[in-house]
Design a protein around this ligand. Structure first.
Ligand code: ZN
Length: 74
């Protein structure tokens, strides 16, 4: 990963807020696994999806760990 910089730090169980609403009405997804790709579960309908980092960085506006906001991008 040397030389690569990512604005967002993701860990398992973090909650990310998406810019776009899921069809079920939820904006929030829970991080299930972290690697070069990240697996997420929708907090609304429990649907799973896998996104690569550049895609997820563009799609998310906020990362939350418990009650703490880790990264917020406007
Ligand atoms: Zn959903």
């Amino acid at each position: 990963m040397a030389g690569k910089f990512f604005l967002f730090q993701y860990e398992k169980d973090d909650v990310v807020k998406m810019r776009k609403k899921h069809p079920c009405g939820s904006f929030e997804w829970k991080v299930m696994t972290v690697g070069s790709e990240i697996k997420l579960e929708c907090c609304g309908c429990k649907r799973m999806m896998v996104m690569d980092r550049p895609t997820i960085e563009k799609a998310t506006s906020l990362v939350r760990r418990g009650d703490q906001v880790i990264t917020e991008k406007t």
